[in-house]
Design a protein around this ligand. Structure first.
Ligand code: ADP
Ligand code: MG
Ligand code: MG
Length: 208
């Protein structure tokens, strides 16, 4: 497709819901190592609620779908990740006022999402957080946007995955894992891992 439309946005969120369900135990195990072991269940609860909220007649624009999803995440997820992903989706939604979004619009919306997330959480690249997967994914998306939506989303997903893996040697400086200090080194960050999953689901939803 040349643009993200409402059905594909719904497919994206449904793919996230399915992936979170499939990988709940893995996300929880990562969070058990350097946090409080609830990242998988937090996201499962959140995205199940997102799917339920979007089960009725769909909103008319891509932005309205994302805004609704973000609002649900903020209200249903108690952990740090709910408000962070929620505010990012709401900022993306606010940036997408047209019915569909081409690669350039989506790049701008993804950037607005990252800005909002960083504004709320205050994390810098290298702090071992969501930002370490999201920032490289956004860079990759921007660099490949002129090659089309599927290509850009695929590149973003690969970069997010690589960014998540690159959190292993980092020491956490934000969130619960930061309480561990140097003992947070040697573990992959749960939030960066779920961010890779979010971008993989986007790539899946806009493939071909
Ligand atoms: P909690 O830590 O409240 O239990 P979760 O387990 O759901 O929440 O989410 C933990 C993840 O949230 C971490 O792995 C990290 O990636 C992310 N995170 C925590 N604080 C921040 C922050 N300030 N900025 C960006 N991401 C953060
Ligand atoms: Mg946790
Ligand atoms: Mg928690």
């Amino acid at each position: 497709p040349t643009a993200l439309d409402v059905p594909r946005t719904l497919a994206w969120l449904a793919a996230v819901d399915a992936a979170v369900e499939r990988r709940e135990a893995e996300l929880t195990a990562l969070d058990a190592a350097i946090g409080d072991g609830d990242h998988g269940s937090n996201l499962r609860r959140g995205f199940t609620a997102v799917a339920a909220a979007l089960a009725g007649p769909p909103p008319e624009t891509v932005g309205a779908v994302l805004t609704k999803a973000g609002t649900v995440l903020i209200s249903k997820v108690g952990g740090a990740s709910g408000p962070l992903y929620g505010i990012a989706l709401r900022a993306m939604g606010a940036a997408l006022l047209t019915a569909t979004a081409g690669p350039a619009e989506l790049a701008a919306a993804l950037a607005a999402g990252l800005d909002a997330l960083r504004g709320l959480g205050g994390a810098q690249p290298g702090d071992k957080t969501i930002v370490d997967a999201y920032a490289p994914a956004l860079d990759a998306f921007r660099q490949t946007a002129d090659r089309g939506l599927a290509e850009a989303a695929g590149a973003a997903a690969a970069a997010a995955e690589e960014g998540a893996r690159a959190t292993v040697p980092l020491q956490a400086r934000k969130g619960r894992a930061s309480y561990l200090g140097p003992r947070s080194i040697g573990h992959q960050d749960p939030g960066a891992t779920s961010t890779a999953l979010l971008f993989a689901a986007l790539a899946e939803a806009v493939r071909a």
